[in-house]
Ligand binder design. Structure first.
Ligand code: TYD
Length: 137
């Protein structure tokens, strides 16, 4: 029943004069080995994405530009986390339902993932998500 998500704060190297640089390394700022990177962009403002969970996948979402609300839900507890800072990341562990809401037209959301793409790792139906969760107890 524990929350399997966490906001991560990354280093910001630099200042307003020269701008900023944020490094993220696998097994350091990112709590897994990074096997895949993808990015979501040019999302119309009325579109909502996600609406799935993963069986094994771990991800860190970083909003590089613009803003997006991420709704995370472990079946017991829900939270909405606004991402609008490239020096922050949202870690999402397995068995967490996520929805991506309130995109800006300018939003660029980068996702670092622990596994390559595998459709069989997805749980795309909320009631299946609850069934799987109940079997894990
Ligand atoms: P999906 O994960 O459903 O996106 P979202 O939750 O943002 O709406 O993926 C959308 C489509 O892209 C789906 O057909 C699978 C494909 N896809 C890949 O081929 N590789 C990937 O790494 C990802 C994340 C998705």
């Amino acid at each position: 029943k524990t929350k399997n998500w966490k906001v991560l704060s990354f280093n910001r190297i630099g200042d307003n004069e020269i701008g900023y640089l944020t490094p993220v390394e696998e097994n350091k700022e990112i709590p897994f080995l990074i096997k895949r990177v993808y990015y979501i962009y040019n999302v119309p403002e009325e579109i909502e994405r996600g609406f799935h969970a993963h069986r094994k996948l771990e991800q860190v979402l970083i909003c590089m530009n613009g803003s997006v609300d991420i709704k995370v839900d472990n079946g017991y507890e829900q939270e909405i986390i606004r991402l609008n800072d490239p020096a922050k990341g949202l870690y999402i562990g397995p068995h967490t339902w996520r929805e991506m809401l309130s995109f800006d037209a300018s939003t660029v959301l980068v996702v670092l993932a622990s596994q390559t793409y595998d459709e069989s790792d997805y749980i795309r139906n909320y009631s299946d998500f609850i069934d799987v969760r109940d079997k894990l107890l």
